[in-house]
Design a binder for this molecule. Structure first.
Ligand code: SF4
Length: 428
């Protein structure tokens, strides 16, 4: 099989992994070297179905010894298989880079022969790229659950980012759909990466030229909708991962039905609205000071699909509103639906000079469509003349055709400028 055929098979197989994104990695080019990783991170493209795909996003191989029911590459699936040699991936990366097609490499793999064998192949690629080709561009690789500490530590010295995919939120889910995996094997490399990052940061405080270890941090991916796990379980898990393992991002991937196993739910299309709600809630955990227990609880374990989680929280806590824009502190401003992190900062800065009125808010980019019900400006309320949460909810709920509006991480669909701004900036 020639390299182009392999590329077709293995880049297509990689599209189900969404755990890649801009990284914030910052490695300068060296004399005689090739490329650099700019602070803005790797450039991305978005595939037809809206998934985020870096321009060279490939699997080393789709031959897999495991048989995870939800995965297209499972060993029992009859599909064309291919495997790259490390040299072929190095050549592709360098050639694509020189032609300006890519700014980095996202290299994942199915489990070929064993976790250690697969990681050895990944190590050969990144070592060749860095040491023989002097490649300074961005590299993101997988850490395969079950691989030894030594090899995880070696790869971590060469790459910008690593990710270990959790895939299923609970151990019961793993037992049912991916019985060859277990929670410990997944969390072990995650812990190794976390320890390596902390160690490297400490070392570099003492010795400036001490080598970096996974400088752009680690990420993971969770599949949504392949098991009966509710949103509360998922968002609690994400919160735990951010707090305990210092993850940069948790990516949520709506389950794509690629098998008719009776162990899987019968769905016609991926639950994209639910995926979107989880991304919004994740944003609230990371940037808005919310805790998982404020967003959901045992009595309400799933997000409202017709309303974003921040609006939903505000309506359940309507007694805290309206807040006066010229007086509320930063923490409370962040809790107002329609006011994002950047807008809250602009409000705090702007009101140092003069009081802000309703029309100033428009100029600051605040989503007044939502914010108007929860604020006063100079004492004046611009929402409907009632603070009844049900009446406000009726004004805010999205249309019944909501499912049609959501595409996975797409920037190119016909959405309103305000919604596009929210998609890009995560302002809620
Ligand atoms: S180990 Fe990974 S590639 Fe292999 S079947 Fe499971 S999810 Fe798919």
């Amino acid at each position: 099989m020639d390299v182009l055929e392999k590329l077709k098979i293995l880049s297509d197989a990689a599209k189900y992994d969404v755990s890649c994104s801009s990284s914030g990695s910052n490695r300068k080019n060296k004399k005689g070297g090739l490329g650099d990783a700019s602070p803005a991170g790797i450039c991305h493209s978005w595939s037809d179905d809206g998934r985020c795909i870096s321009l060279l996003k490939i699997l080393m191989t789709n031959y897999c010894i495991y048989d995870c029911v939800y995965c297209i590459n499972r060993s029992s699936n009859d599909l064309p298989r291919a495997i790259f040699t490390p040299e072929e991936i190095v050549d592709l990366t360098i050639n694509f880079y020189k032609r300006n097609y890519i700014e980095g490499l996202f290299l994942s793999s199915a489990v070929f022969k064993s976790p250690n064998y697969t990681m050895e192949m990944l190590l050969q690629v990144v070592k060749k790229l860095r040491e023989e080709e002097n490649f300074n561009g961005y590299i993101h690789t997988k850490a395969i659950p079950g691989a030894d500490e030594d090899i995880v530590n070696k790869i971590g010295r060469y790459v910008d980012r690593m990710s270990v995919n959790i895939e299923l939120p609970t151990e019961e889910g793993l037992k049912l759909l991916a019985p060859q995996k277990n929670k410990e094997n997944i969390l072990k490399p995650m812990n190794l990466i976390k320890t390596g990052i902390t160690q490297s940061i400490d070392d570099r405080k003492k010795f400036r030229f001490s080598p970096k270890f996974v400088p752009a941090g680690q990420t993971t991916q969770l599949i949504v909708g392949a098991t009966k796990d509710n949103d509360l379980k998922i968002i609690r898990l994400s919160e735990g991962l951010y707090n305990s393992y210092g993850l940069k991002r948790v990516y949520y991937s709506a389950f794509v039905p690629v098998s008719n196993s009776p162990k899987l739910p019968l769905i016609k299309s991926p639950p994209l609205v639910r995926e979107n709600r989880l991304y919004q809630a994740d944003w609230l955990l990371r940037f808005y000071g919310f805790e998982a227990k404020e967003l959901l609880d045992e009595d309400k374990p799933d997000f409202d699909l017709s309303l974003d989680p921040k609006c939903d929280w505000a309506l359940r806590n309507i007694h805290l509103f309206p807040v006066e824009i010229n007086k509320a502190d930063y923490t409370m401003l962040l809790r107002v639906p329609g006011i994002g992190v950047k807008s809250a900062i602009k409000i705090i800065q702007g009101r140092r000079f003069s009081s802000i009125d309703f029309f100033d808010l428009k100029k600051l980019g605040i989503a007044l469509k939502r914010a108007q019900y929860f604020i006063t400006c100079k004492g004046k309320y611009y929402g409907i003349k009632s603070m009844d949460s049900q009446i406000i909810r009726n004004q805010l709920v999205e249309s019944p055709s909501i499912e049609k509006k959501y595409y996975q991480l797409s920037l190119f669909e016909q959405v309103s400028p305000e919604d596009k701004y929210i998609q890009i900036g995560g302002q809620l």
